[in-house]
Design a protein around this ligand. Structure first.
Ligand SMILES: [Zn+2]
Length: 128
C-alpha cells in the first residue's frame, strides 16, 4: 500500500530525541529564563540559561527540582542538556562532605577531565 505524502505525518526529530532546538529568535523571560520556538516541532520552548530546552507548556523537571528542598548533585551533558546522573544528598550533609561527594562523582564520571563535556552541579536545597 502506498502512503500519500499529504496524509503521512512525519514525526519531528525532537519527538524522538526530546531535544528541542531553538530558532535564532529568542525572548527573555523571568529571571534567567529564555523563550523561543523549536525549529523542528515549532512549539514554544523555554530554557534556563539557554543550555537545554523544554516545552514551555510542559513540566520542567529541572525547574521543579531546583525549587526542591532536597539537594542533589546533577551530572549534565553540556552539548545536549541531557542529565547523565543524579545523586541525592543526605539532608544533614555539611558543606565539606557535599564538596567531597561532588569531587567523587566528578571523578567517577571523568567530568573533571578537560573536554569531557560534562558539568557536575549542586542543585536544589533551601533558597539563599
Ligand atoms: Zn521541538
Amino acid at each position: 500500500m502506498l502512503i500519500k505524502p499529504a496524509t503521512s505525518h512525519t514525526l519531528t526529530q525532537c519527538w524522538y530525541t526530546r531535544t528541542h532546538v531553538p530558532t535564532s529568535r529568542k525572548e527573555k523571560g523571568e529571571g534567567d529564563v529564555v523563550m523561543s520556538i523549536c525549529r523542528y516541532c515549532e512549539r514554544q520552548i523555554r530554557s534556563h540559561g539557554g543550555k537545554s530546552w523544554v516545552l514551555a507548556d510542559g513540566v520542567d523537571l529541572d525547574e521543579l527540582a531546583s525549587r526542591s528542598h532536597i539537594r542533589y548533585i546533577c551530572v549534565t551533558n553540556v552539548a545536549d542538556g541531557l542529565i547523565v546522573a543524579r545523586y541525592v544528598i543526605a539532608p544533614d550533609a555539611d558543606d565539606a562532605s557535599t564538596k567531597a561527594q561532588i569531587e567523587t562523582i566528578s571523578e567517577s564520571h571523568a567530568a573533571n577531565v578537560p573536554g569531557s563535556g560534562l558539568v557536575v552541579q549542586l542543585k536544589g536545597g533551601p533558597q539563599r
